[in-house]
Design a protein around this ligand. Structure first.
Ligand code: NAD
Length: 476
């Protein structure tokens, strides 16, 4: 009886869901079982409890840092602040990071952190105290450092928390010349990179845009190619969801519904994302937006008519209870683990194309990699080549004008002459990463006759990780 219960709870765990996806992929590979077990296992789990004095009370805070894989160092992964944080969740998110980094070719092992607090119900001072204490706990156990483990933002955290982490690290390790690289997602004024804030949402945009260019794939779900006019629903208007919504809106897609904690709003003709954000800032809620109707039960928004559904809030929001009712033809997993394996099977039978989280939301870690490189090289991206490119372009233009005996307009000149700024380089690196990642997954899917993109993405990730284990010579 005891064993049966244990197996049942394991089957339902979030970590087990990822293992099931991993196992599906291994059927397309011939890799030694022991090595696969090593890749799946979490290398280190640090669970901590520490006291923090909040007002007159002492509160015991539960927190985690999980390093899923040490096959490449440093480990890398965000820190989540949520009352739902637990060991299983942090382990799963850390594992997803390992596969994500492998897919987009960034040289990190996966990690994740979590603090079990609700940042919406405690003061800024309390969040700062908890963040700083958490950082010093990580330092004590050697769980943070530019070459060891590099956190980043995730659900409930952002630039502000990352700068507190950096400041705490620097105050304890002032001699570390690379201290800036101990955390990414920092504000630009504190060593952050331009383009990090919107990177995950922009990566989601690039990934879905690439799928929408594929004639065969679009035909299989009865859609035309391109983004213009595509009806989109987004759940979660936080860092990832907000930027994704803005990029799709600007590209001519129609955002028919946006869902938040308190409810959702719908307009079949499309919502103006900036106006919704202004309304949210002014009223504290997306509800009662003048150009939309309210949907009180926010989960129902996922079931509305649309072409593309983008869950960008939390895990397991599409499950066996609502999967059958989903009408979207494409689901872009901006959040981590928004679809349970049971729902995955139902959706696959319905012919829905799912772009998996381990690829689609990797824009954040990609640009975090650029930030880490900037911090280690101690030079802004583009500083060395900007002026050189502008001078070269200028000489080229003069030659063209002489040969063609024609003057180029000052506006055109300005556009052609401009050398790359940091933001241009970051965005082009991100775009290239997302496009090439998409095609690597799609090529594997086609060549190995795999039915879905998730399994193909796992095949790509596992192959990459096995490669680096072999290069390390760990298993002679
Ligand atoms: P965030 O805290 O900035 O935003 C999350 C948003 O979801 C908030 O606006 C919140 O109010 C909303 N929300 C919460 N519960 C909801 C519900 N039941 N229905 C609708 N909305 C709800 O977090 P984020 O950084 O945007 O992360 C969102 C997801 O993307 C998470 O799964 C995270 O792990 C994943 N992710 C984030 C990054 C990143 O760079 N921030 C990178 C990769 C993956």
């Amino acid at each position: 009886m005891l064993k049966k219960n244990r197996i049942k709870s394991e089957k339902n765990s979030f970590f087990n869901c990822i293992e099931r996806n991993f196992d599906k992929a291994t059927k397309f590979l011939s890799i030694e079982k022991g090595l696969l077990e090593q890749i799946k296992a979490c290398n280190a789990v640090y669970r901590m409890h520490f006291p923090v004095k909040l007002g007159k009370e002492i509160k015991v805070i539960e927190a985690y840092r999980v390093q899923h894989s040490h096959h490449k160092l440093p480990c890398k992964g965000g820190i989540r602040y949520s009352i739902k944080v637990n060991q299983d969740e942090v382990m799963t998110l850390a594992a997803l990071m390992t596969y994500k980094c492998a897919i987009v070719d960034v040289p990190f092992g996966g990690a994740k952190g979590g603090i079990k607090i609700d940042p919406q119900t405690i003061s800024t001072e309390a969040i700062e105290k908890i963040t700083r204490r958490y950082t010093s706990e990580l330092i004590k156990k050697n769980f943070i450092g530019p070459g060891i483990d590099v956190p980043a933002p995730d659900y409930g955290t952002g630039e502000r928390e990352m700068s507190w982490i950096f400041d705490t690290f620097l105050s304890i390790r002032p001699e570390d010349v690379d201290a800036l690289a101990c955390v990414t997602g920092k504000p630009v004024s504190q060593g952050g990179v331009r383009g990090r804030k919107e990177a995950t949402g922009l990566g989601v945009f690039y990934g879905i845009r690439e799928l929408c260019k594929m004639k065969e794939d679009m035909l299989s779900v009865g859609l035309d190619i391109g983004l213009i006019g595509k009806k989109i629903i987004i759940q979660g208007l936080g860092n990832v969801g907000y930027y994704a919504a803005s990029f799709f809106h600007n590209a001519g897609a129609i955002i028919v519904a946006l869902a938040e904690r308190e409810g959702a709003i719908y307009n079949k003709k499309g919502l103006n994302v900036s106006k919704v954000i202004l309304h949210l800032k002014n009223t504290g809620s997306i509800l009662n937006f003048p150009e939309a109707i309210n949907i009180e039960n926010t989960e129902k928004a996922l079931e509305l008519e649309c072409d593309i559904l983008i869950p960008a809030a939390l895990e397991n929001v599409i499950n066996k209870k609502n999967a059958e009712k989903i009408k979207a033809k494409i689901i872009g997993e901006a959040a981590n683990g928004p679809i349970t394996p049971e729902a995955d099977e139902i959706l696959e039978k319905k012919g829905v194309i799912i772009i998996p989280d381990i690829y689609l939301n990797a824009g954040g870690v990609t640009v975090s990699y650029f930030e880490w490189l900037k911090n280690l090289s101690h030079v802004r991206h583009g500083r060395m080549e900007k002026r050189f490119s502008e001078n070269m372009n200028s000489e080229l233009l003069q030659i063209i004008e002489t040969v063609c005996k024609k003057k180029i307009s000052p506006e055109d000149k300005r556009t052609i002459l401009r050398g790359p700024r940091e933001i241009d380089l970051v965005r082009s690196g991100l775009e290239d990463t997302m496009i090439s990642g998409f095609h690597k997954i799609r090529d594997i899917k086609i060549s190995s006759k795999i039915k879905n993109m998730r399994t193909a993405a796992f095949v790509l990730a596992i192959n990459k990780i096995v490669d680096s284990y072999e290069k390390l010579g760990i298993f002679p």
